[in-house]
Design a protein around this ligand. Structure first.
Ligand SMILES: *[C@@H]1O[C@H](CO)[C@@H](O)[C@H](O)[C@H]1NC(C)=O
Ligand SMILES: *[C@@H]1O[C@H](CO)[C@@H](O)[C@H](O)[C@H]1NC(C)=O
Ligand SMILES: *[C@@H]1O[C@H](CO)[C@@H](O)[C@H](O)[C@H]1NC(C)=O
Ligand SMILES: *[C@@H]1O[C@H](CO)[C@@H](O)[C@H](O)[C@H]1NC(C)=O
Ligand SMILES: *[C@@H]1O[C@H](CO)[C@@H](O)[C@H](O)[C@H]1NC(C)=O
Length: 503
């Protein structure tokens, strides 16, 4: 039996509720309207700060204000037993489809419903301890400092915790033909973001391959070397998206034994041309101390009277191999999860293949992507969900951090095959791509460029919003011909997808 309640109490309660609604208009909004179940209630997932960030991002890229828009809030549940290449989600990604909005008139982003996905638990960048690694790189101050080539944004992702502190990894930055002043500036730039670097001038008497091999000396002689397990040679455009996985993989190689670990080019034609099983430098080359010691002690850089290396090579990675071959019995330990990325043109087939590449390369030259932006989502669902794919009932596939792709005629292809979007930059033989890349990627499936069978929103920006929360903005430009069939008319509006990842 309920106790009797006097009428004046009811009136007081009603007045109280009226006051709440009156002074708090947002309270009666959609955020509570359809909270019918735990997996599909509406979730605004955005404060006005986030909206300001999205508005600025779009403005900076000359998008809008009239746009087509869809959003989803994705809760990652770290209970999966493995990191799958593609995870099927038994729901639509956009049950509410797209709406037309004028972004500048919005006070609030339209609400997005909550969705659960299951991922394998993996560390975020601020949980990585990489103190057993030291990296060595040789470049110029110009490349280091120019916006277009500077590796700083990327280095922050895998050499720090993202909060201004080192993750323990060491870095030797060897700069060619650089003034004292610029060496100091570079050191300061690195220190300011928390990268624990040693900046040194490279030996002016050495050419490029010589400077590369000289890095081995610097790594071996670094004061912290006794506490490092692996010495890693990199290019200034090498990126390590999965630092913890990388370390786990390396841990199978005893650091007290001589190891020379690396990867080949993805192109079998170049492997044949070069005719030697050497580690290609862009993917990263890992040495253990006993190997580095042998390189340091061997006459790797000896030249003949004409100034040509006795171990003839005009490439640093090849010169290193020639030296190991001539002076030691150490051979390559092949680690194909490292990637040289020797493909040209549209790289989406690679980044949308569900791959977990331990290194990325050439993303500022032979193809163009922004790994720092792409990788931001690792601050939410952990490193292993980066580039992981999620497939939905409404024929969308998220390649996390890279794209959200829609296949309006259905996913009637094998997503385990890599889409052959990229090329070999050698167009005389149309079958050449399939031939040269099958070595690494297996049989490629046909590119959907210009067929209308694929519409893709590519990452435009990403922002960490709080602990374990990341917002991503993906964009499909209205004029992008890649997504149109031959006679298909271009859409009227740029189209924006916002995904918010929450714990
Ligand atoms: C309602 O939401 C808007 C946008 O988020 C905010 O600016 C405003 O202050 C909110 N109003 C109240 C009463 O909380
Ligand atoms: C959005 O507006 C465009 C014209 O700008 C129109 O063609 C399209 O059908 C509209 N979409 C929706 C979902 O209303
Ligand atoms: C070193 O830099 C100076 C000035 O920037 C330039 O004049 C010179 O040619 C450079 N030397 C080499 C070997 O590149
Ligand atoms: C950076 O590395 C040096 C050794 O090179 C070490 O002494 C120092 O403690 C490190 N700094 C931080 C902040 O970890
Ligand atoms: C897509 O196809 C069009 C014409 O068929 C071509 O001009 C364009 O270069 C292709 N784009 C890519 C990225 O392959």
């Amino acid at each position: 039996m309920l106790p009797r309640t006097p009428l004046h109490r009811w009136l007081a309660v009603a007045l109280f509720l009226l006051v709440i609604v009156w002074y708090h208009p947002n309270f009666s909004g959609s955020s509570l309207a359809d909270s019918s179940s735990t997996t599909s209630f509406s979730h605004t997932g955005s404060s006005s700060d986030d909206l300001a960030w999205v508005k600025t991002l779009l403005k900076e890229n000359s998008i809008g204000p009239e746009i087509e828009y869809a959003a989803r809030t994705i809760r990652y549940v770290p209970d999966a037993t493995e990191r799958k290449s593609i995870s099927e989600v038994n729901q639509n990604l956009f049950p509410q489809s797209f709406t037309n909005i004028s972004i500048d008139k919005k006070q609030n982003l339209p609400s997005s419903r909550l969705l659960d996905v299951h991922v394998k638990h993996s560390p975020r960048p601020d949980q990585v301890d990489a103190s057993d690694l030291i990296f060595g790189v040789s470049t110029t101050y110009d490349r280091f400092s120019k916006e277009k080539t500077s590796p700083m944004k990327e280095w922050v992702r895998w050499l720090t915790d993202g909060n201004g502190h080192t993750n323990g990894a060491g870095l030797i930055l060897s700069l060619f033909n650089t003034t004292e002043e610029n060496l100091g500036k570079a050191a300061k730039t690195l220190e300011d973001v928390g990268i624990n670097a040693t900046v040194v001038p490279s030996n002016m008497d050495l050419d490029m391959p010589g400077r590369y091999v000289d890095l081995v000396h610097m790594l071996y002689n670094h004061p912290t070397r006794p506490s490092r397990k692996y010495l890693v040679l990199i290019d200034d455009d090498t990126f390590f998206p999965y630092m913890t996985e990388f370390r786990h993989t390396l841990n199978q190689f005893d650091p007290k034994k001589p190891y020379y670990i690396g990867t080949f080019t993805e192109r079998v034609d170049w492997i044949l041309q070069n005719g030697a099983p050497f580690a290609y430098g862009g993917g990263g080359i890992v040495l253990t101390a006993p190997t580095a010691q042998k390189v340091v002690e061997a006459p790797c850089l000896e030249k003949n009277a004409e100034g040509v290396y006795l171990l003839a090579s005009d490439q640093g990675d090849r010169l290193l191999f020639n030296c190991l071959k001539a002076h030691t019995d150490i051979t390559l330990t092949y680690l194909p999860a490292l990637h040289q990325e020797d493909q040209f043109g549209d790289p989406s087939g690679f980044y949308e293949s569900g791959i977990q590449p331990l290194s990325l390369h050439h993303f500022k030259s032979w193809h163009h992507v922004s790994p720092a932006k792409m990788h931001t989502v690792a601050d939410a669902c952990g490193e292993s969900c980066f580039l992981q794919r999620f497939q939905f009932l409404d024929n969308y596939i998220i390649s996390n951090g890279y794209s959200v792709a829609h296949y309006p005629q259905g996913i009637n292809f094998d997503p385990m095959q890599t889409e052959g979007t990229f090329g070999s930059a050698n167009e005389d033989d149309p079958n050449r791509n399939e031939l040269v890349f099958s070595y690494t990627f297996g049989q490629l499936r046909k590119s959907l460029n210009n067929t209308g069978k694929k519409k893709s929103w590519e990452i435009l920006g990403a922002k960490k919003e709080g602990d374990g929360r990341v917002k991503q903005v993906y964009l499909k430009r209205r004029g992008d011909g890649r997504w149109l069939a031959e006679s298909e008319e271009a859409p009227m509006r740029d189209s924006v997808v916002v995904l918010t990842w929450i714990p």
